[in-house]
Design a protein around this ligand. Structure first.
Ligand code: AMP
Ligand code: ZN
Length: 488
C-alpha cells in the first residue's frame, strides 16, 4: 500500500511529508526521564505517545534506531544552573548514594513502561556513561568560539551564537522579549550574557557526582547530554527528535544551539512534541503535587480515584486523545475508556466463535483498512483510528448476532487487520484473560473453598460453585490427584 506519512514539525509549525534522511531508515531520539523520583502518569503519556510513533514507523517497514536517554547526572533544581543536583538532594533525603537513587528509579521506570506495554528503545544511554563525549563536545564548542570558561564553569555564549544562528527557531519567540523576561545579571554573576547557560559546572566540595575535566572537577549541564548522546548514536543529523512540549523552550532550544555551535548543522530534521496530561486543567507535575503514580492508578489507592484501572485501560485512555492535544484526567474519562477498551477486546474475542458463511455482506474491509492507514498517516491520529475500530466492533457484533455475514477468507483478513492495528500499532494487549499462573492461583482458592464446603457436607454451596464456574466457561474435574480445572 502506498503511504504518505505526514507529521507535525515544531520547527516549521506545520504538517510535513515524512522523508527520512536515509531511505528506509529512521533515527529517532526522545528525551528520557530524570530518574530521581517515581515517574508520574504525565511522563508516561509522553513515552506512550512515542511508543505509538515508534510502533507505526516499524509497522511501515522502516528500520528504526530509537534512542531514549536516562538523565542521571547534572540536572539542577533551578533553571538558572543554580541549586543542588536533584540526585544529590534526593540521596540526602533517602540516605542513599546518588547512584542508588538512579538505580532505584530507573528500575521503577522500566517496570512501569513494561506494564504499559511499551517497546524498549534500541539504545538507552545514560548521562553518567557518556561524560567523556560531553566533555569533548563542550571543548569543541569552546574551540568554535561559542563558549567560555569562568572559574571552572563553562557557559554557552548565546549572544555570540545569535549573530550567526536563530536561537528561537523552535518556539518562534522574540529574542528581545526573552531578554526582557530574564533577570539582570548581578554583580556576582560569572555569566557574560543573561541567556547564557552552563555546559559544564564546577563542583562544590560537597558535590558527590563529579568528574575531572579540562576545566577542573565538575559535572555536565543538563542540555549537553542529549546533544552528545544523540550525536554519538544517530550522527550530526538525524530524522526525529522528540520530547514533551514543556522541553521545547529551554532544553530543546539549547540542544539545537549546542549542536549547531559544535557541528554547524541543526541536529534533527523533524522535532515532535507531545502535549501534557492535565488534572483539572493544570499540568500534571512532580512539583505541583498533582502527580498520580501509575501504581496508584492501577490499585485505585488515591483520594481522587473512584477505583483502580488496568494498565491497558489507561493506555487506551491515552491513545483516545491525539498526542498533540492536552488530555485531562478524570474518573469519568477513565471509566469511559475502560468500557471502550473492554468492548474492543470482547469483540476481538468473538472472532473465534463466529460462524462463517459462503458470502460476506458486512461492508468493504479494504476501505476500512485504507481509512485506518489514512488516520495514522495523518500525524499518527490514534483517536480517528479508534473511531474506525469501533465501527469494526459494531460489524463484528452484528456478524456474531447473525445480522451480517462473513466468509472464512474475509474473517482471516479481519483478524489480521485487528492484530496489526490493535496489537502491533496501538500496542494494546488483552489483559482481560490474565496470565495462566495467576489464573491457576485463583482457581486453587476457589477449589479449596469448594472442598471445604464438601467436607462440611454443604453440597448446596459446592454444587453452586461448580455450576457458576461452568457458566463462565470453566469446568472442574475431581480426580485422584485432587480437583483439576480447564476452560471449556
Ligand atoms: P522529566 O523526568 O521531568 O525530565 O520528564 C520526562 C518526560 O515527561 C519529558 O519529555 C517531559 O516533557 C514529559 N512530561 C512531564 N510532565 C508531563 C505531563 N504532565 N504530561 C505529559 N508529559 C509530561
Ligand atoms: Zn533531552
Amino acid at each position: 500500500m502506498e503511504h504518505n506519512l505526514v507529521l507535525y514539525n515544531t520547527l516549521t509549525r506545520k504538517k510535513e511529508k515524512f522523508v527520512p534522511i536515509h531511505p528506509n531508515m529512521v533515527g529517532m531520539y526522545v528525551c528520557g526521564p530524570t530518574v530521581y523520583s517515581d515517574v508520574h502518569l504525565g511522563n508516561c503519556r509522553t513515552f506512550v505517545s512515542f511508543d505509538l510513533i515508534f510502533r507505526y514507523l516499524v509497522h511501515l517497514g522502516y528500520k528504526v534506531r530509537y534512542v531514549r536517554n536516562i538523565t542521571d547526572a547534572g540536572h539542577l533544581e533551578g533553571d538558572n544552573d543554580e541549586g543542588d543536583d536533584k540526585f544529590a538532594k534526593k540521596a540526602k533525603l533517602e540516605q542513599l548514594e546518588p547512584m542508588e537513587i538512579v538505580q532505584k528509579y530507573t528500575i521503577g521506570f522500566h517496570d512501569v513502561l513494561r506494564m504499559f506495554n511499551t517497546i524498549p528503545p534500541s539504545i538507552e544511554p545514560t548521562a553518567t556513561g557518556h561524560i567523556s563525549e560531553q566533555i569533548e563536545m563542550v571543548q569543541q564548542i569552546i574551540d568554535n568560539g561559542f563558549a567560555y570558561e569562568v572559574n571552572g564553569t563553562v557557559y554557552f555564549d548565546v549572544e555570540k551564537y545569535v549573530k550567526e544562528y536563530n536561537y528561537t527557531i523552535l518556539t518562534n519567540r522574540n529574542l528581545e522579549d526573552m531578554l526582557n523576561n530574564t533577570r539582570e545579571l548581578g554583580g556576582q554573576d560569572e555569566k557574560r550574557g543573561r541567556l547564557d547557560f552552563a555546559l559544564w559546572i564546577k563542583a562544590k566540595p560537597e558535590h558527590i557526582m563529579r568528574w575531572p575535566s579540562p576545566w577542573g572537577v565538575g559535572f555536565p549541564g543538563w542540555h549537553i547530554e542529549c546533544s552528545a548522546m544523540s550525536r554519538k548514536y544517530l550522527g550530526d543529523q538525524f530524522d526525529i527528535h522528540g520530547g514533551g512540549m514543556d522541553l521545547a523552550a529551554t532544553h530543546h532550544t539549547n540542544e539545537i544551539a549546542q549542536s549547531e555551535a559544535c557541528n554547524h548543522t541543526s541536529p534533527a530534521k523533524y522535532w515532535m512534541h507531545t502535549n501534557m496530561l492535565t488534572v483539572n486543567g493544570a499540568r500534571m507535575s512532580k512539583s505541583a503535587g498533582n502527580g498520580f503514580l501509575p501504581g496508584e492508578l492501577f490499585t485505585g489507592d488515591h483520594k481522587l480515584l473512584n477505583r483502580g484501572y488496568s494498565p491497558m485501560a489507561v493506555r487506551f485512555f491515552m491513545l483516545q486523545a491525539h498526542y498533540r492535544s492536552t488530555l485531562d484526567f478524570s474518573n469519568e474519562a477513565l471509566e469511559a475508556a475502560d468500557k471502550g477498551y473492554k468492548r474492543l477486546m470482547a469483540a476481538i474475542g468473538l472472532l473465534d466463535k463466529i460462524v462463517t458463511s459462503p458470502k460476506s455482506n458486512f461492508g468493504n474491509l479494504e476501505e476500512i483498512k485504507k481509512r485506518s492507514y489514512a488516520a495514522m498517516d495523518d500525524d499518527f491520529n490514534s483517536p480517528v483510528l479508534i473511531a474506525e475500530l469501533f465501527e469494526v466492533v459494531r460489524i463484528i457484533n452484528s456478524i456474531y448476532d447473525g445480522k451480517l455475514t462473513i466468509t472464512e477468507g474475509d474473517l482471516n483478513e479481519l483478524k489480521d487487520y485487528l492484530s496489526a492495528f490493535v496489537y502491533d500499532i496501538l500496542g494494546l494487549k488483552d489483559d482481560q484473560v490474565g496470565d495462566t499462573d495467576n489464573m491457576d492461583d485463583l482457581m486453587q482458592i476457589i477449589i479449596n473453598l469448594r472442598n471445604e464446603a464438601k467436607k462440611n457436607k454443604d453440597f448446596v454451596t459446592s454444587d453452586r460453585i461448580r455450576e457458576h464456574l461452568t457458566a463462565v466457561g470453566i469446568q472442574l474435574k475431581d480426580s485422584k490427584d485432587g480437583t483439576l480445572w480447564n476452560k471449556i
